[in-house]
Design a protein around this ligand. Structure first.
Ligand code: SF4
Ligand code: SF4
Length: 296
């Protein structure tokens, strides 16, 4: 419904007015930092690894050495807990990875999400490579549960005509994410010394309290902290994550406590150097080099 409303607004209001509004909101966010959310939304991995492996991936997927899949039973338990804390009210879930379509049990996981959160926005984020191979059951599940599919745009060949045909057949909304233009890419490097200003980083960070990740029963304000273990393990680094950097959904006493936690800087933010993050580098396949993620 929200997507439909957005599309109607886009048709009525000229693009330049929408751009002025977007700039105003971005500047406001930079001045004031991320606001406390009214309802929780989160992203989650169905697979930590990926079949594309982009250079500098901010979920560290190219560095995942051993395939790692979400346990559908654990997800059910996590949903039960979050639904209990939130009274079943959630803004939304983005099912992603890595590449989520590598998971053999996507359908069950999507059905579980919808069962516990009947009113939430449910989205899939995929690179699209495996979409044409998905069985009928996958498309039917997306159609009946109102799950939208976001395809991130990369300069790779995928069969868009076939995907659009399937989406039409099963009444599934497809959106193509233009954040990555296909030629330009983001570089979000870390300062190994942790000498940066955590409050300022958090205030300027596009991920903070926005790309919240649920991983192994814990909520992180961004994916960088949730998956940093892969950079640590692959390159022998020591980016430290402590209990102060996330909130455990089984220890939190209320949804208020969770929402309060997620909108504040954490110690880990000292490793980011947001002002030097570059959104205009050329996209490429990862060589898994240290310099893709770490300032040298
Ligand atoms: S497709 Fe997405 S998850 Fe996969 S490597 Fe690229 S950026 Fe990372
Ligand atoms: S650690 Fe802090 S500054 Fe770095 S990406 Fe996460 S929220 Fe942003």
């Amino acid at each position: 419904m929200r997507q439909y409303t957005k599309e109607v607004i886009k048709k009525i209001i000229p693009e330049y007015i929408l751009q002025v509004r977007r700039n105003y909101l971005a500047n406001k966010r930079h001045r004031e930092g991320p606001k406390r959310r009214k309802l929780l939304k989160f992203e989650m991995h169905l697979a930590d690894h990926c079949n594309l492996n982009c250079k500098g991936c901010n979920h560290f997927s190219p560095l995942v050495v051993k395939e790692k899949f979400l346990d559908a039973g654990i997800f059910k338990k996590d949903c039960e807990r979050i639904a209990g804390l939130s009274g079943g009210l959630l803004e939304g879930i983005r099912f992603m990875g890595g590449e989520l379509l590598l998971h053999k049990n996507v359908v069950d996981i999507l059905n579980t999400g919808r069962k516990y959160f009947p009113k939430a926005t449910l989205d899939i984020v995929t690179n699209g490579i495996l979409l044409p191979k998905q069985p009928k059951e996958f498309w039917e599940t997306c159609g009946k549960n109102g799950i939208h599919i976001h395809i991130s745009k990369y300069p790779i060949k995928i069969n868009n005509d076939e995907i659009d045909g399937l989406a039409r057949q099963y009444n599934v909304k497809i959106l193509r994410l233009s954040a990555n233009t296909g030629l330009q890419w983001h570089e979000m490097k870390l300062d190994v010394k942790g000498g940066q200003n955590m409050e300022e980083n958090f205030r300027l960070c596009p991920q903070a309290n926005n790309c919240i990740n649920l991983y192994e029963g814990k909520l992180y304000t961004c994916p960088t902290i949730a998956y940093i273990q892969y950079l640590n393990e692959y390159h022998g680094e020591n980016f430290v994550v402590t209990e102060e950097d996330y909130i455990d959904i089984y220890k939190a006493r209320s949804m208020d406590e969770i929402l309060d936690f997620l909108c504040k800087p954490v110690q880990f933010c000292r490793y980011c150097d947001i002002k030097k993050w570059n959104a205009t580098v050329e996209w490429g396949v990862s060589k898994k080099e240290r310099k893709e993620w770490i300032e040298e």
